[in-house]
Design a protein around this ligand. Structure first.
Ligand SMILES: NC(=O)c1ccc[n+]([C@@H]2O[C@H](COP(=O)([O-])OP(=O)(O)OC[C@H]3O[C@@H](n4cnc5c(N)ncnc54)[C@H](OP(=O)(O)O)[C@@H]3O)[C@@H](O)[C@H]2O)c1
Length: 253
């Protein structure tokens, strides 16, 4: 049996990844604040199971308890492979750094950086204990590699996630484990996150017109197309390269 733990399955890229994994026969555990009934319907029509865990990933104590329960569901006697896909994230707060509130910075970092660090650690720890090969994918962004006016929180959380991922990959390599830890940059997609970006105030986010143009010029990818590339990479699991930064731009033109 193969299992995937996917965060942010209620919509957008996470929903598309979960759907394709289910259709490929992988059992999926989805984690988000809201359920996605469509994934239950997909599972009913396929050979795989879908289970939803409601969790606010910015609440570290709740997350800790939920991941332990998820691990109990996933690491079973007949489990041959586990995927963890840390996808849930927000772009906000969008504004210049001096305007951020402490609460907004804290909530952003908890969701975008601390939650993936905790889930990666808890899942890899259980994987080691159970001896089950595990592949962790952390969803990054081009915003990690350049500074964008108004996005100091988002750029920092994604840059932190990149360094974290590459460090854990190095550790797993040096420890000679079978586990792999990779990054995936989906680039710009037509999801709710882009709605949030386009609705930003130009005084707080200077590139807002450029993002409106991406939408009006049809330059945003469909999350289903992006998810297909990632899922194809993951299903060919022997070929996944530990520590690699996979970028959608290398696959979709
Ligand atoms: N869209 C783009 O253009 C773009 C570009 C580069 C990178 N990315 C990255 O791609 C990934 C997916 O983005 P997307 O565009 O699919 O975003 P989206 O459509 O806004 O979906 C975000 C998902 O994250 C979940 N989420 C948000 N806050 C949460 C919380 N506190 N606790 C639990 N779950 C939470 C949401 O579920 P609930 O609201 O139900 O909790 C939702 O399922 C993100 O890592 C993003 O940084 C996106």
């Amino acid at each position: 049996m193969k299992y995937a733990i996917v965060t942010g399955t209620s919509r957008g890229l996470g929903a598309s990844i979960a759907e394709l994994l289910l259709k490929s026969g992988v059992n999926v555990i989805g984690i988000a604040r809201n359920q996605n009934q469509h994934l239950n319907q997909i599972a009913n029509k396929s050979q795989s199971n879908y289970q939803h865990f409601t969790c606010n990933l910015a609440d570290v104590d709740h997350l800790d308890r939920v991941i332990e329960k998820v691990n109990d569901q996933v690491f079973k006697k007949d489990t041959e492979l586990v995927y963890l896909i840390n996808n849930a994230a927000v772009v906000g707060p969008i504004d210049i750094a001096t305007k951020y509130t402490i609460e907004a910075v804290q909530a952003h970092m908890q969701l975008n950086l601390i939650a993936p660090m905790i889930t990666t650690a808890l899942v890899l720890r259980r994987a080691k204990h159970c001896g089950v090969k595990t592949i962790v994918t952390n969803i990054s962004s081009g915003a990690a590699d350049r500074s964008t006016y108004g996005w100091s929180a988002y750029g920092s959380s994604k840059a932190g996630l990149n360094r974290y991922t590459e460090t854990v990959a190095l550790e797993q390599k040096e420890l000679n484990t079978d586990h792999k830890v990779i990054l995936f940059d989906p680039s710009i997609m037509d999801t709710n996150m882009q709605d949030d970006i386009r609705s930003a105030n130009p005084a707080e986010f200077r590139d807002v017109d450029q993002f409106k143009q991406y939408k009006s010029n049809n330059q945003l990818s469909l999350s289903s197309d992006v998810a297909k590339v990632l899922v194809d990479i993951l299903l060919d699991h022997e070929k996944v390269v530990n520590g690699k930064y996979y970028r959608i731009k290398d696959y979709l033109s």
